[in-house]
Design a binder for this molecule. Structure first.
Ligand code: M1P
Length: 255
């Protein structure tokens, strides 16, 4: 039986943010926000993004509203920062896991590697230190939307991030880390198992009849792959917010 917190809503829908709910790093449309509002009357809803909560909040807030009030569950950094009905759940610390002594050689190596990269442009914030992971960007997280798009195209041709990840996997093979390319300009680094399935730890005892997951990078190697293929979820691959709305209507809203 589903926990009393959710009354008669017995199904859960979890959404990756970039792609399924919004265009990459952009805000959700009024149509998407209205669809989620309608959906929430029927099923429990949650977001599960790789980004940190500040960025997800920018993307999902409608006229200054707080997404933690608009979703039953809020999972940032793959669920390492987690909220249920607006209240924080236990979180995890990347630096505690890895330890300062092991972190220093890793970040030093990353910064040297980026310094030696000859790419068309570089901006700022090459390593973003988060609660449950670090995010590494060869161009830098301060890139504008246009610069992001150009970098993404450049990376498709040159495989810059894939090569970088391969070097790190070899050099730090004893660190038990996952290097995950989830967005346009960066990759995430976190302990093995701290992928999006981490979020499921927070919901598995609620007794949901079904847990649906909507993601775009659901292929092997994508950052939605593990949760999409997890036996606890029913996975949906979507390629845009419009695609998500279409499936939600078919499954939950048009009947
Ligand atoms: O949600 C997917 C990814 O979104 C961002 O990636 P990028 O800036 O490269 O487009 C980051 O927040 C990343 O952590 C996240 O996995």
């Amino acid at each position: 039986m589903v926990s009393s917190a959710f009354a008669d809503r017995t199904k859960l829908c979890l959404f990756d943010v970039d792609g399924p709910l919004t265009p990459a790093r952009r805000t959700a449309s009024p149509e998407m926000l209205q669809t989620l509002k309608d959906l929430r009357k029927k099923v429990v809803i949650g977001f599960v993004g790789g980004s940190d909560l500040v960025k997800i909040t920018e993307q999902l807030s409608a006229n200054g509203s707080n997404p933690l009030d608009d979703f039953d569950y809020g999972f940032a950094e793959n669920g390492l920062t987690a909220y249920k009905l607006g209240k924080p759940l236990a979180s995890q610390s990347f630096i505690k896991y890895i330890g300062e002594d092991r972190y220093k050689p890793l970040v030093n190596f990353i910064l040297h590697y980026i310094a030696d990269l000859d790419i068309p442009i570089k901006r700022g914030t090459f390593v973003e230190f988060r609660a449950g992971m670090i995010n590494v960007s060869p161009i830098g997280r301060n890139a504008t939307v246009q610069e992001r798009n150009e970098f993404e195209e450049y990376d498709k041709k040159h495989g810059l991030r894939a090569a970088f990840v391969k070097v790190l996997q070899e050099k730090f093979s004893d660190y038990n880390l996952t290097f995950s390319i989830g967005g346009q300009i960066s990759f995430d680094v976190f302990p093995k198992g701290w992928d999006k399935t981490y979020a499921l730890r927070h919901v598995e005892d609620e007794g949901f009849e079904e847990i649906h997951f909507f993601g775009d990078k659901t292929y092997k190697g994508g950052n939605d792959y593990e949760i999409f293929s997890d036996p606890r979820t029913i996975g949906h691959t979507v390629n845009s917010p419009a695609d998500t709305i279409r499936i939600l209507k078919e499954l939950f809203l048009d009947n």
